[in-house]
Design a protein around this ligand. Structure first.
Ligand code: GRF
Length: 208
């Protein structure tokens, strides 16, 4: 499979950094072809530039609407021969153009154990619900928000004295561990989809 990645961000970019670091230390055989942000002030853009990766800002206001934006994104990624799209804190819903251009080739990381707590503020949702365990999920992106086939998950305890920040920090450690591993698994192509289940070949193992 084409191992050229695009990483899409909107902010801090710590998951982007974990992917860069995994590639640098040889744990992930891939190249980040481009980092795209919808916001010019995303701190993650600096991380990409520091690593010598091309960066692009696609501001939604420069386009007529979601369709035009998504088509521009598809053109941008195709022009760079991208094979896999990794959403890493990209705060936009993806439209049909992007989903159709990269079927089962778009990954997302979400800070809860899906299907619990999809959408915004997943860590706050977990605390307010009173669950004792939460975690991180990497999944394939489909048209339905945070609902695609699950590649990897990792759990963490939720403590009585947790605030959103302390729980988010505990989950983030797991995010950084499982996202590069999930990318490796997808790129290695020893998997199939059975309904909505992401199933690994018998001789492949998940670390989480
Ligand atoms: C992470 O918590 C990720 O799970 C969520 O957005 C946050 C992005 O953080 N989708 P960062 O920009 O990767 O540091």
């Amino acid at each position: 499979m084409n191992r050229r990645l695009a990483v899409l961000i909107s902010g801090r970019g710590s998951n982007l950094q974990s992917i860069i670091d995994a590639i640098t230390r040889g744990a992930l055989d891939a190249t980040i072809a481009v980092v795209v942000s919808n916001r010019a002030d995303a701190a993650g853009l600096l991380r990409a530039r520091d690593a010598g990766i091309e960066t692009l800002v696609l501001g939604p206001r420069e386009y007529a609407g979601r369709d035009a934006y998504d088509k521009a994104l598809v053109d941008t990624l195709r022009a760079r021969d991208v094979g896999l799209v990794c959403l890493a804190g990209f705060m936009r819903l993806l439209g049909k153009a992007l989903l159709d251009a990269f079927p089962n080739r778009i990954l997302n990381i979400h800070p809860s154990l899906l299907p619990s707590f999809p959408g915004l503020d997943a860590q706050r949702q977990a605390i307010e619900h009173g669950v004792r365990v939460s975690g991180a999920t990497v999944h394939l992106v489909t048209a339905q928000l945070d609902a695609g086939p699950i590649i990897l998950q990792s759990s963490v305890p939720v403590r009585d004295d947790d605030k959103v920040e302390t729980l988010a920090a505990r989950i983030l450690v797991e995010e950084h561990r499982i996202y590069p591993e999930a990318i490796r698994i997808v790129l290695d192509e020893k998997w199939t989809l059975e309904g909505r289940r992401f199933v690994l070949a018998a001789n492949e193992s998940r670390l989480s």
